[in-house]
Design a protein around this ligand. Sequence first.
Ligand code: SAJ
Length: 419
Amino acid sequence: MKNQFERVCMVGLGYIGLPTAAVMASRGLKVIGLDVNPHVVETLNKGKIHIVEPGLDALVHGTVADGFLRATVTPESADAFLIAVPTPFMGDGHEPDLSYIESSARNIAPVLKAGNLVILESTSPVGATEKLSRWLAEARPDLTFPHQVGEAADVNVAHCPERVLPGRVLHELVDNDRVIGGMTPKCAERGAALYKNFVEGECIVTNARTAEMAKLTENAFRDVNIAFANELSLICDRLGIDVWELIGLANRHPRVNILKPGPGVGGHCIAVDPWFIVDSAPDLAKLIHTARDVNDGKPHYVIDQVRSAVKSVSGMPVIACLGLAFKPDIDDLRESPAMEIAADLALAKMGRLLVVEPHVTELPKALVGLPGVEWVTDAEIAIKQADVVLLLVDHRVFSQVDRACLEGKTVIDTRGMWR
Ligand code: SAJ
């Protein structure tokens, strides 16, 4: 049978859109990447990439060379449109900003045709897919949409949230199950038919609101569980108990599985998505809100630990600050608690701050020029000079540090790596 989706347009070529476009193209779909950034478009059309993700370089190079993937800044017609654009916060608050989704909708609306499928992949608050349908309808009064006429709509609209883990994106795009929430059952079924072109996991259909909430729930679940571990770490410090030993013991119970405490929760998903739930039901989402506060409070606690440690140092204290990424073995510094801690320690002028991050090549701009900050490329060199050693990220390379270097130092191991 002829595939109903021969030409697919991926709107937004970022951390999710670009790998998804490349995977679809590698499965024989003709994929057009649409992005507002001409640099991103030019880079892709040269077969190159502007983000770091294992295996993506080769996949993009191959699919562009074979003619299955290309990019443009000008919308073109297609059988299906997938939207993967950012959904940040509005201003300084926690209200979701859907303006990128709205502008994507208005951008593709002129090229829409009856029979098209539009899928929202961006992590979104409940109700965003309905809004997308309305924005499309406003721009194309000559077509019908599911919020107006249900199953009779000319254009189908669905939500299929991305759920891939940075660093494993190309595997997870294919292997993970996908939740496909249609504005009507037909919208969901058509969405599933599209994803089955490249997903080997199950494609499970539901309605759009449930799919939106499912994605937020997954990340809020993880945030709440990390908050539990972080709260335990504070309680254990006060009671003189090793939290890592405690969690190891409790996890021997067959139905207990506590996550790991750390210096806070970073990245652009787990520290963000739970707020979308809180924003939609502030009077009810008490636990989810508190978890956010617990996790956001952890960097301040770590800073206080360093403040106490430097008090016993005579002369100018030297602090080795190991790791800046938001999690191990990646170069991603966005929303990283380690970055926040390093910057705040510098601004508090606690001493010389020897910063080590093996996954980036130079001192990040946000730390350049801050008082006492020095870039050191080797962890052991920094440790040897330090009075206080602050381990912020459990990068594999730090596990190989010679423990003898740590003798006589005050060690603050926020990840429990050197126990
Ligand atoms: N963290 C801890 N303790 C833990 C686990 C994680 O402190 O036990 C911290 C990490 O250090 C990091 C943060 O949490 O700062 C988030 O890291 P992560 O590896 O848990 O998750 P992300 O943000 O890289 O990716 C998550 C994933 N969601 C879930 O695991 C439920 C991924 O599947 C989603 O696709 C992604 O969010 C997203 O895009 O929403």
